[in-house]
Structure formats: C-alpha cells, structure tokens
Design a protein around this ligand. Sequence first.
Ligand code: SF4
Length: 142
Amino acid sequence: MIKQENKRWWKDGLYFSCKGCAACCGGQPGFVWLNRVEAKRIALLLGLDVDVFLRGYTRNVFGRISLKEKENGDCVLLEAGRCRVYEARPLQCRLYPFWPSLLASPRSWKLESSRCPGIGEGKFWPPEIIESLLAQASPLGL
Ligand code: SF4
C-alpha cells in the first residue's frame, strides 16, 4: 500500500508548460517510436509516400519503427529548433514529459527538469489527467 502511494507521488498534480525550446527533441541519443498510422500521418504532412518516408526518416530498432537522428543526436525532423511535423507528431512526443520512466520518482522528474525548462512551471495537470497520460505511455515502453 505504501509502495503504491509512493508510485503516485504526483497525486496532488504537477505543473508543466512547454516553452518550445526543443531540448527534448535532441541533444542526446534516444528513440522516438511511431507506428504505421503515425508514419502515414507524418508522410502526408511532408508530402511523401509513406514508404519513401519510412526509408528516409526512420530506422528499424528491435522490430519497431523509430525516427532517425542526426549526428548530433537531434531528431531528424527537427529543423532550426522547430519540429517539422508538429501537428502530426507521434504520441510519444505528445505525451512528454508524462512518461512512466520520468514520473517513476520525484528524483527522476527533477532530473528531467534540468533538461526541460517547462517542468514545474505553468499549467497545472491534475492527477486524473496524469494517470490517463501514463496509461497511454505505458504500452510504448517509455
Ligand atoms: S524540453 Fe520541455 S519546454 Fe523544451 S520543447 Fe521539450 S517539452 Fe517543451
């Protein structure tokens, strides 16, 4: 019971507002998972055939589709500090920073705040919304 409560250390809600700095879109190696439906949506926005998009912009990692990265670790779709496909960005990006790994403890949340200046600021996110975001992020292995 106590453990369960500790897992929900954010039960009074959290503050977060994106400042658009794009720090979460690059700078260090990682994976941005997407499924075929998301790939189609992004390809459409870029005006590309989905297979052309998949070949040019994604890689296969353990049988899953992930966006490629530039040499400096930036997402391949990041251009001049902006996401080229923001309106069609994958669920993983939409859910950030409400990922199970980042909400595992107050420490992991605080650690991520050194990367993301939006954490701990701005909009209040009530626990029921956080719960629902975590439920969506969990199957993605975030
Ligand atoms: S690091 Fe945080 S503030 Fe910057 S773009 Fe990503 S979510 Fe927004």
